[in-house]
Design a protein. Structure first.
Length: 433
């Protein structure tokens, strides 16, 4: 018996496609249960009611579940569904994710090993990756499968494999064993992964495309998503550090890999941000001493090597991805600091628009972009590094020019796309009025 859980919150443009795709799964009807876990506060609920009634009339065991409040956000929504789920296994699909018809047939066989608690397809095809420069930047590897399929490493779980929430198939016994879903972090999937490993369960990554989804199409949504991910990593590190060190359920190698997986994302983001901001005053210092030479050469050296690698690989999307990540780091750093300090962080969702529907019915008006101070911060940072380039040329200090040029392009890219999204939203809103 498999229970399919679809956690939804105000996803008017994608929820119909989601429900239809999950009800079309190739699996015996008498062993498939679909739960639409609806926390919506807009007309999404009406769409869900219609589609649930339609599929129920076709003989699908599907239920529309709502709760009184949004306590715990997505984690609380999933936990609410778990209390009435009847499946031995739980399949989870986010609102923008549509599984292949054979998703369950391809993933269930991995559970023949009783130690496997999670099966996660790590490759998902992005339907809208070619829609804009922003969508291409979020998918630098395009449609290519990895040349080398490290099946043994991922299946053996000798290291720590993250479960990223959707799409995924979980053993219900694993969920119950670790205490279900916890809402005390904004990355409930990473938190669940850590707790599963600490209980001796394993996560298997599958190198197959078993689902499709959408990447985000508006910069503000991308900022929210990246910040939430890194904040959640920092919260999990703070929550589980001592548990990992004391655990006897995992090997020393797994402990190292697990701590590295939690440690690296929140460590390198503030580090790169600090290096970038501190590099500008170095332009005005006398060029002397080995410490100074190392400080000014390394950032530009790393920049040039990475750009050469991208150029040799002829990966223009990889170059855009580099610009995107570097430009997001100042905002993400603030989220990381809040996660490490244990400050309350609300769960900010990322709206999926479904390009096919919006192209026919301009629809971002339902979920408008809000202008945040981060847009001004990005403009100021672009000017900050532009000034550094100007003075570097005037003073003959050229060592940091490649790195500062990358920073100007990165923050300028984030600022330009953010302004484009705000202006596009204003035009659509004016047309509606």
């Amino acid at each position: 018996m498999v229970t399919v859980q679809l956690p939804v919150y105000n996803e008017f443009y994608v929820v119909e496609r989601l429900i239809d795709g999950c009800c079309a799964l190739d699996y015996p009807r008498d062993r498939l249960e679909v739960q639409v876990l609806d926390d919506s506060t807009d007309t999404t609920t009406d769409v869900i009611r219609r589609r649930v009634a339609h599929h129920a009339a076709q003989g699908v065991n599907i239920r529309h579940l709502r709760r009184g409040d949004r306590t715990g956000f997505k984690a609380g929504n999933l936990q609410h569904g778990l209390t009435t789920a009847t499946g031995t296994f739980i399949a989870i699909f986010d609102a923008d994710c549509v599984p292949n018809r054979d998703f369950l047939l391809k993933t269930l066989p991995y559970f023949h090993d009783p130690a496997v608690g999670i099966v996660y397809p790590r490759i998902v095809r992005h339907r809208n990756r070619s829609r804009s420069v922003l969508t291409r930047a979020q998918d630098p590897n395009g449609e290519q499968l990895p040349r080398h399929r490290p099946t043994h490493r991922y299946y053996a779980s000798r290291f720590f494999n993250f479960f990223f929430g959707s799409p995924g198939l979980l053993r219900t016994a694993c969920l119950l064993d670790v205490g279900g879903w916890h809402g005390d972090t904004v990355c409930e999937d990473a938190d669940f992964s850590v707790r599963s490993y600490l209980k001796g369960w394993r996560c298997v990554l599958v190198d197959e495309r078993l689902a499709t989804d959408d990447v985000l199409e508006r910069m503000e949504e991308v900022k929210n998503q990246f910040t939430r991910w890194r904040t959640g990593n920092a919260e999990c590190y703070r929550k589980h550090l001592m548990d990992v060190l004391r655990s006897r359920a995992i090997t020393p190698l797994q402990k190292f890999a697990l701590l590295a997986a939690l440690h690296a994302p929140w460590l390198y983001v503030p580090s790169v941000t600090a290096i970038a901001l501190a590099s500008v005053p170095l332009v005005f210092r006398p060029q002397e001493g080995w410490a100074y030479q190392a400080a000014v050469v390394l950032p530009s050296l790393v920049t040039c090597v990475w750009l050469v690698v991208i150029a040799v690989g002829r990966n223009s999307a990889g170059a855009m991805n580099l610009l995107l990540h570097l430009g997001l780091y100042p905002r993400v750093t603030w989220g990381v600091m809040k996660g490490l300090l244990g400050l309350h962080t609300p769960f900010v969702r990322s709206t999926k628009l479904n390009s096919d529907v919006v192209a026919i019915q301009p629809g971002a008006e339902l979920y408008p972009i809000t202008v945040t101070p981060s847009i001004l911060v990005e403009a100021v940072l672009a000017l900050y590094f532009l000034v550094a380039i100007h003075w570097g040329l005037r003073l003959g200090n050229y060592w940091l020019l490649p790195f500062h040029l990358l920073c100007v392009c990165s923050y300028g890219f984030i600022f330009a796309v953010s302004v484009r999204d705000v202006l596009a939203g204003s035009v659509r809103a004016g047309r509606i009025r």
